[in-house]
Design a protein around this ligand. Structure first.
Ligand code: AMP
Length: 292
């Protein structure tokens, strides 16, 4: 497993692989790796002959006042985890300067921005202004650097996955986007680097987000009105110790527009604050199961 720091080194490595007819898979991450990330790397290793994992805490996807400075950074531990769990061929772990040589690098100061209008403005886009512009711009930069055949993203960040799919389609980027299922702790909490922000007392409460999504899906299957199921879910979270709920919604699985009847493939999506941690999660809500 090679750890590369420069764009030039990644490009020449990929060029050599391509010369040898090898396919390339790419897994972008912000580090603080866990089994969710590992599952995406393993999928890439199955799909492609070579795998690149990037580790970059992307400065342009954090709004002012968000947790960019505090976001966990633990490269040595990340490399050890990748090594133990099957590994990849290249870890691309550049300095922020390598990617943003003209810094400072807040989104507002970066001249070229990719905006996936509509999809990127809903749900988390309402509460984290500019977030998906920062994500799409950075992912496009990384795709231009790594030029993979396949890039793998987690369903855990369902809106991000849809934004990237749309960007790739609209800009004719020659890469296939693959999705990996959400990996959970044994109590159901979706693994996330931000779970480290939870105190032991709050960690005990955190699985309620997934439990509430599952309960809402169950109610919808039993024929409950969508609005009632969503309102009940928000109340459950607030009663269960969550500080606030940014959203708890039923949305079209592709456009992420609100759905008022379960008459098409949909997704239950939620974001809620538990202490200092903003937790997000989602599950499918299948119309075929409605009324079952
Ligand atoms: P992050 O490092 O949080 O930016 O995530 C990097 C990639 O890992 C994204 O595609 C995420 O959706 C994915 N990911 C994060 N958590 C999980 C999880 N629990 N299960 C599966 N994929 C995940």
């Amino acid at each position: 497993m090679l750890c590369l720091r420069t764009i030039a080194d990644v490009r020449s490595t990929v060029h050599a692989w391509r010369g040898g007819g090898l396919t390339v898979g790419f897994v972008p991450t912000m580090g603080a790796l866990h089994e969710g990330h590992v599952s995406l790397v393993q999928r890439s290793n199955v799909l492609c002959r070579r795998t690149i994992v990037s580790i970059v805490v992307n400065p342009i996807q954090f709004a002012q006042g968000e947790d960019f400075d505090n976001y966990p950074r633990q490269e040595a531990r990340d490399l050890a985890l990748l090594d133990q769990r099957g590994g990849c061929d290249v870890v691309f772990s550049p300095s922020v300067r390598e990617l943003f040589p003209e810094g400072p690098c807040a989104l507002a100061e970066f001249g070229t921005q990719v905006s996936v209008i509509g999809l990127g403005d809903r749900l988390c886009g309402v509460h984290r202004r500019g977030h998906f512009v920062g994500v799409a711009t950075q992912v496009l930069k990384l795709l231009m650097i790594t030029s993979p055949d396949v890039a793998i993203f987690g369903e855990k960040d369902y809106q991000q996955l849809q934004v990237i799919r749309r960007m790739v389609r609209d800009l004719n980027i020659p890469v296939s986007i693959e999705a990996g299922p959400t990996v959970r702790e044994s109590d159901g909490l979706a693994m996330s680097s931000r779970n480290a922000y939870l105190s032991p007392a709050l960690r005990v409460k955190a699985p309620l987000l997934f439990e509430t999504l599952c309960a809402a899906a169950r109610k919808l299957r039993q024929g409950a009105a969508v609005n009632d199921a969503l309102e009940d879910a928000k109340a459950t979270l607030l009663d269960g110790g969550f500080r606030s709920v940014d959203y708890f919604s039923l949305v079209d699985a592709e456009s992420l527009e609100a759905v008022h009847n379960l008459d098409r493939p949909a997704r239950l999506v939620a974001a809620a604050w538990l202490g200092a941690a903003r937790l997000i999660d989602n599950i499918p809500a299948d119309p075929a199961e409605a009324g079952a």
